[in-house]
Ligand binder design. Structure first.
Ligand code: PHE
Length: 340
């Protein structure tokens, strides 16, 4: 009995899993177990030996049960510890942060511009990108043969349709949609297309923002004041503007509008070619023919218009020196605008 006890304890000691331990339990205490077998022999003993034998076997059973219980608790604790270790989450590791996109700098720039013009009572007129030759050129005083119509610059879709080369046809469409109501006061933002090779300052597709105001008694001063308000709002309150005489078939008189250099604040630097000024926009008083083509009477109303490159404006605002980064979707570039 003593040997059986030692053997049982040794086996309990050596069991390394709950399953192995259960086998040991069955081997000794199960229905056909060795200790159970001993108890069954009790009846074959002489009466006087039975109590002492029974007590011994019971003590043995209790000892084995006790050890089994202890070992079970130990193995369960160990299994739990291993599971905790295995399933532990290291909360100090960087989390799986979902990738959240942000607005493209051109979208941000345009939204700012729209807000500034909203503040001056403008609305946004969205015109079409596929245009007729008539709208893109003829109605804007660009007679056949004008250099801007050169096949080198215009992407034609058919003989008579094309991808607009500027947002100015939006002037005509916007006016026609107003059906003679006053005042006409909108901007036309959007993509424009030219047959250009891509380089640091050219792209076959870029963006313009057109502006048009038509009303009674609109003068050149309104153009200046309006554009200055925009330039200050977009580039900063210290921004100055300068108008130089220019020529566009659809405005008369016409001007080129410069803004004081956003980098050197007008002192002169390599970006502005040491002039302190940056060329930004074409502008002028709307030509009487254009007013007429929009369904208004040039003897009754006057107006001004301007058109500038959105891409260029964004580049000047943020000191971007290559147009291509605006179209390449390089996240290293785009991420710099996340918080702006
Ligand atoms: N459409 C002209 C261009 O693309 C810009 C412009 C717009 C000039 C409105 C005058 C008035 O260069």
């Amino acid at each position: 009995m003593e040997k059986l006890g030692e053997r049982a304890l040794k086996e309990i000691e050596e069991a390394t899993s709950l399953a192995a331990l259960e086998e040991v339990r069955l081997k000794y205490l199960g229905k056909k177990g060795e200790v159970t077998g001993l108890l069954k022999t009790i009846g074959s003993l002489p009466k006087e030996e039975r109590p002492a034998f029974g007590a011994k076997v019971n003590a043995l059973r209790e000892a084995i049960e006790g050890h089994l219980k202890e070992k079970t608790a130990f193995l369960e604790r160990k299994a739990l510890e291993e599971r905790v270790k295995r399933e532990t989450v290291d909360v100090t590791l960087p989390g799986n942060v979902p990738q959240v996109g942000s607005l493209h700098p051109l979208t941000k720039a345009l939204r700012e511009i729209v807000q500034i013009f909203y503040g001056m009572g403008f609305t946004v007129y969205e015109s079409r990108e596929a245009e007729t030759d008539e709208m893109n050129f003829v109605k804007l005083n660009l007679a056949p043969g004008h250099p801007s119509r050169d096949a080198q610059e215009t992407l034609y879709l058919t003989e008579t349709t094309l991808l607009r080369t500027h947002t100015s046809p939006g002037q005509i469409r916007g006016m026609l949609d107003m059906k003679g109501k006053l005042p006409v006061r909108f901007i036309v933002p959007g993509r424009v297309y030219r047959r250009d090779q891509m380089d640091a300052s050219h792209s076959p597709v870029f963006h313009q923002v057109e502006g048009l105001v038509i009303d009674r008694h609109i003068t050149f001063e309104h153009l200046k004041g309006c554009f200055l308000e925009f330039a200050r709002g977009f580039f900063g309150p210290e921004t100055k503007i300068r108008l130089r005489p220019s020529y566009f078939p659809f405005t008369e008189p016409s001007a080129e509008i410069d803004v004081s250099c956003t980098i050197c604040k007008g002192k002169g630097c390599p970006v502005c070619g040491r002039t302190g000024w940056l060329e930004l926009s074409g502008a002028g008083m709307v030509h009487p023919n254009v007013i007429r083509n929009g369904g208004y009477d040039p003897d009754e109303v006057t107006g001004f218009a301007f058109g500038f490159g959105l891409d260029r404006a964004a580049m000047l605002k943020w000191g971007i020196d290559d147009l291509r980064v605006l179209f390449e979707n390089d996240l290293r570039f785009l991420r710099q605008f996340e918080g702006i």
